[in-house]
Design a protein around this ligand. Sequence first.
Ligand SMILES: [Zn+2]
Length: 256
Amino acid sequence: MIDSHAHLDFPEFDIDRAELFAQMRLAGINNVVLPGVSALHWRNQLKVAEQYQCLYALGIHPWYCGHAADIDSGLKSLRTLLLTYKDNSQLVAIGECGLDKLHKSDFDTQLKVFTAQIELAAEFELPLIIHAVKAHEEVIKLLKILKPSKKGVIHGFYGGPELASQYVNLGYKVGVGGLLLNDNAPKLQQTVAQLPLDSFVLETDSPAMTPKNSQNRRNTPLILPDILQKMADLQKKSAVLISEQMFSNVTQLFDL
Ligand SMILES: [Zn+2]
């Protein structure tokens, strides 16, 4: 298994990161993708990626796109970093980037920073890891106009089959995480039950998105087998088959 989205570089994991990676290996979770968040996070993210040999993406999260005046310098640093690491095989995507209408950061600034990162994805021929909250119409419109060649994933997807199909028809995957384990997420459960299996990749968004019924405060990639089992139940297929298909989807998405 590969967790396509886990922030294991975050300070929540400073106390037991080595132990967690060891537990993950025992549970058959061979790799994770550490998504990029902001210029302030990149250095430590790259350090963790190097130390544990994990995959990573570089990008600016919509929550961290800053003020209008900071946009150019942030994007310039991102492009410089991409030029430095472009030949590193652990760099697999641009992101996470996107649009979030529930967050206070200025929406016009978010639009500019997201658009620039779609252009970087085209320039560096990398897929996108997209964070989209209450802004699917705008995200779909931009993807249709800019048509980045390597497509990407709509991470932390929470919508129904109709919305998911719009992304899948454009060539994007849908990232399914711990929300699937919450019984009050019927739309996502319908999506997983109805769409073809090659539409999905597995993720946890650790340390965020802890499933509601969990005893733990912190989410970790160790819940991946539970998400797989829930997908298998919804698709009425075996967990082994789902696991093989999810592995093939993630390797295809990130060109591993
Ligand atoms: Zn994330």
